[in-house]
Design a protein around this ligand. Structure first.
Ligand code: FES
Ligand SMILES: [Fe+2]
Length: 445
């Protein structure tokens, strides 16, 4: 029987064309590329504070080789890695009172890139004054050092999210290198369904049994990016998890150990993380695990397991034997193996991938704005440079409806999402009480 054009065929290997290019416009990050220029309008975490004490720290971001250091007076600097004299790496430089002194011929750099001394030159030399060494603005918060790599007149205000600004919160920083492009790792933030399969059904229970329940999922664009709402039944309870995607590369999630078995209302996220684009085929998940009484009342987090190359939940690094990773793959294995740069033209997106599509559209919109020479809109910040965000976990006692529980779950998720968005503009202290009041009025608690 003849097979019609476009029909499925078995053993199709030879007839398939896998030779498709990646979407360079959304993935390539070097200076001068559309996405590279877009990403250069944001602050990025580039190192852990603990790594920048007495010695310079070599770093890499957006395809740039860098050195991060703290001079003896405690001032932070981020410079181009290679000395402007003859290129020696400044990771071997001497930290001084007033900056960084190259090991090879002693040129001294201030934190802003000014060359303070060229000691091998005659006193009247104008060489230092004629050279500008690359330097970048830096900020430090919660044990992370952030850099800004774009034009100075477009430098945005530095901010932290409200999750990091909760009274008594401790930010525990981590830095996890991934051997693949930044976008596919960031896209994971808008893929709540992978938790059902990768983290529960196909790899065994990696976090909690409840993740294996197929949720009702919806996505909404926000002023900051996209949110996903995953609503699932856990016995007599309904667990609603709202994840944040803050374009271009921040995401927030509840704790990985959540099992939806205890009532809770608008519990803040346990994780804020950036995907640092290192170069086109490398990135890092850099972020904070939050520790506070609301998010971890039972002290399930393990601060001693959080830092460079480690975080206190499994599957985030290639740190297990290969065979074990094949049997129980984690996030690292699933995302890095999408190819060094995931090829969008080879994907077949379904209805469950709406969040991915929305996220890509947001990135594409930002890329186009910068490409067209326009300025990006900056988010409104509360006092203390705090950004109000949306992620939370809410668990409600709502027994199953015998007629159409799936529709009930969807409606519950929609109501929680609506309240989440509707209360976002309230002052921070009033937001949660007001959201709980609205939940009560909706008959959900
Ligand atoms: S290469 Fe750095 S001072 Fe000569
Ligand atoms: Fe995951």
């Amino acid at each position: 029987m003849a097979v019609g054009k476009g029909a499925k065929r078995a053993y199709a290997g030879y007839s398939k064309n896998l030779d498709k290019a990646e979407n360079a416009e959304l993935t390539h990050v070097r200076k001068g590329t559309p996405c590279g220029e877009f990403l250069r309008r944001f602050w990025h975490p580039i190192a852990l504070s603990d790594e920048v004490r007495h010695l310079p720290k070599r770093a890499r971001a957006l395809g740039e080789d860098l050195v991060v250091f703290r001079d003896r007076r405690g001032r932070l600097g981020c410079l181009d890695l290679h000395c402007s004299h003859r290129g020696t790496s400044l990771e071997f430089a001497l930290v001084t009172e007033t900056g960084l002194r190259c090991c090879y011929h002693g040129w001294l750099y201030d934190v802003d890139g000014t060359i303070l001394e060229t000691p091998g030159e005659p006193p009247a030399s104008r060489l230092a004054a004629s050279i500008c060494h690359g330097a970048y603005p830096v900020r430090e918060h919660g044990g992370l050092i952030f850099g800004y790599f774009g034009p100075l007149d477009e430098q945005p205000e530095f901010f932290v999210t409200d999750a990091a600004a909760i009274d008594g919160n401790e930010c525990h920083p981590y830095f996890l290198p991934f051997a693949c492009n930044w976008l596919q790792v960031h896209e994971n933030s808008m893929d709540p369904l992978h938790s059902v399969f990768l983290h529960t059904r196909t790899s065994g229970v990696q976090f909690s049994d409840a993740f294996g329940v197929l949720p009702v999922v919806s996505y909404k664009r926000t002023d900051l990016g996209v949110i996903s709402t995953a609503t699932r039944r856990t016995g007599e309870l309904v667990w609603v998890r709202v994840n944040d995607e803050l374009t271009p590369n921040i995401a927030q999630f509840g704790p990985p150990w959540e099992d939806g078995t205890r009532e809770k209302l608008f519990m803040p996220p346990a994780i804020t993380r950036w995907i640092l684009p290192i170069d086109d085929t490398h990135c890092a998940t850099v972020g904070w695990r939050h520790f506070n009484a609301m998010v971890d009342p039972d002290h399930r987090g393990r601060p001693e397991e959080i830092g460079r190359g480690k975080v206190d939940f499994m599957g985030q690094q290639p740190d297990r034997p290969y065979e074990e990773r094949q049997i129980q793959p984690g996030d690292y294995d699933a995302q890095v193996s999408q190819r060094p740069i995931a090829v969008h033209a080879l994907e077949n997106l379904g209805t469950s991938d709406v969040g991915i599509t929305l996220l890509r559209r947001n990135v594409a919109r930002g890329v186009a704005t910068v490409k067209n020479g326009k300025r990006l809109e900056q988010p409104k910040l509360d006092s203390g440079h705090v950004l109000r965000t949306y992620a939370h976990d809410t668990v409600l006692r709502l027994p199953a409806r015998s007629n159409d529980d799936a529709a009930f779950l969807a409606a519950t998720g929609e109501t929680v999402t609506r309240i989440t968005l509707a209360t976002a503009s309230l002052p921070r202290g009033e937001r949660r009480p007001q959201a709980i009041r609205q939940l009560r009025e909706a008959g959900l608690c």
